[in-house]
Design a protein around this ligand. Structure first.
Ligand code: IFM
Length: 458
């Protein structure tokens, strides 16, 4: 008999994916190019030169994948819509074939008794918009609101839960700060402008989604639990800078309608020049939300450090005088992330404390681990470490609920092994193993464990 953590009766169990990571079919039915199609072709940008051209071939196999979700027993499935599939150049009328695909997915899910949860932006900006400046450019926020309207007009009558952006920190700081993600830029002020324009895009799309009939509207942030390496004042100040970049730059505008005071110590005036912030923007950004999505994987332990780039004119926006020291005592996943589930509990409780009534209900919209999965001689994938990871984090969520944080659901990342961005296909996060040569899907032991956890409640 399994000893599963216990959750409130209406708690939503789900699984998540994202368009570019699973769909493939990048050249079909009028889809335009995204920044990830371009970036993946840049030599050295993605491990092994992997691309999203085929991925999990979900575009053609979505019916099989919905059958897997049904077998898993999840109440909700979180997936993202590819902007360039719907609007090939990021502007103008919808590509009907693109919307038709997502309509088939939504209808298939509903037939299987699964609630769709749609993310509008999971990093695949139309390449044509990047050529006009991408997220550095304010106009991209208005283009995003137009795109949101096209998708919501078609699907909001059947999709209850809408997520505007996934992890805008990654779009701004990995995309335009350290260049590890598409479009691969390494910049200062433009990366902070990107962060602001992403927030404006989010805020502009909230009323659009509501007008179209969306019942629940939120945003997903990858919040960090930052711990100073020591109690020394320099390390504590460094931890605040890390927290400012990772969390406060996003949560303060969203839930308090202001940028954090701690940004003054995080970015020098030279980078922080705020010409891109216009009066009225914070009112747009702080539009009330029905939920906050949180993606959580691992904490950061940081200490004070000098700037990586001594020349202030060449400094990028992620150069904030802190560095990670790791957690040598913890187990590390296959991407090298320390496993410390109690830090999820601490993050949730501290958010509740910081924002009080201003914090909307929370969904864990992603949590999971990459492991070195290999099918065993019996054909199964025995991923005991992933099960322990999920169990630990679910217990942390249950403890936060017991401590009064309103967490309404949890989505495992991910349903399938998939394209893990700069790591290509080398890292596997799925509950389902994908043999990329044949596209055969093999539910791992963690799939059966999660299924048993869900069904033990019903
Ligand atoms: O695969 C990603 C996902 O796209 C966004 N959140 C983190 C996951 C694991 O790195």
């Amino acid at each position: 008999m399994n000893d599963f953590p216990s959750f409130p009766p209406r708690f939503v169990f789900g699984a998540a994916t994202a368009a570019f990571q699973i769909e493939g079919a990048t050249g079909e039915d009028g889809r335009g190019l995204s920044i990830w199609d371009t970036f993946a072709r840049r030599p050295g940008a993605v491990l092994g030169g992997d691309t999203g051209d085929v991925a999990c071939d979900h575009y053609h196999r979505y019916r099989d994948d919905i059958a897997l979700l049904k077998e898993l027993g999840v109440r909700s499935y979180r997936f993202s819509v590819s902007w360039p599939r719907v609007q090939p150049t990021g502007a103008g009328p919808a590509n009907t074939a693109g919307l038709d695909f997502y309509e088939r997915v939504v209808d298939g899910l509903l037939e299987a008794g699964i609630e769709p949860a749609v993310t509008l932006y999971h990093w695949d900006l139309p390449q044509a918009l990047e050529e006009q400046g991408g997220w550095r450019h304010r106009d991209t926020a208005y283009r995003f609101a137009d795109y949101a309207r096209l998708v919501a007009d078609r699907l909001a009558d059947r999709v209850p839960r809408w997520i505007t952006l996934n992890e805008p920190w990654c779009s701004a700081f990995l995309g335009y700060g350290n260049g590890l993600h598409a479009p691969g830029a390494r910049e200062g002020t433009p990366a902070l402008a990107a962060a602001h324009h992403l927030l404006v895009a989010h805020g502009l799309s909230v009323p659009v989604l509501r007008e179209a009939g969306a019942r629940e509207v939120g945003i997903t942030l990858n919040l960090d639990h930052v711990v100073p390496a020591t109690g020394a004042p320099d390390d504590v100040a460094a931890a605040l800078r890390a927290e400012t970049q990772r969390n406060l730059l996003w949560t303060e505008p969203l839930f308090k309608g202001r940028y954090p005071d701690s940004e003054d110590d995080t970015w020098e005036e030279l980078i922080r020049r705020q010409l891109f912030r216009r009066s009225g923007d914070l009112d747009i950004i702080s539009a009330p939300l029905d939920f906050l999505g949180i993606n959580y994987y691992t904490p950061s332990v940081v200490r004070n450090a000098p700037h990586r780039e001594p020349d202030p004119l060449a400094r990028t926006a992620d150069d904030n005088r802190f560095e990670g020291v790791g957690m040598p005592e913890a187990r590390h996943t296959a991407v090298g992330w320390p496993v410390a589930p109690h830090t999820l509990h601490e993050l949730l409780v501290s958010l509740g404390r910081r924002y009080g009534d201003a914090l909307p209900p929370v969904y864990l919209t992603e949590n999971g681990s990459a492991e070195d999965d290999v099918p065993a001689s019996d054909g199964a994938v025995h991923d005991a470490e992933r099960i322990a990871y999920l169990d630990g984090h679910l217990r942390a969520v249950a403890a936060a609920i017991a401590d009064g944080v309103d967490v309404r659901g949890y989505y495992v990342w991910s349903l399938l092994d998939n394209f893990e961005w700069a790591y290509g296909y080398s890292k596997r996060f799925g509950l389902v193993y994908v043999d990329y040569a044949t596209q055969r899907r093999v539910p791992k032991d963690s799939f059966h464990w999660y299924r048993a956890l869900i069904s033990a409640r019903t």
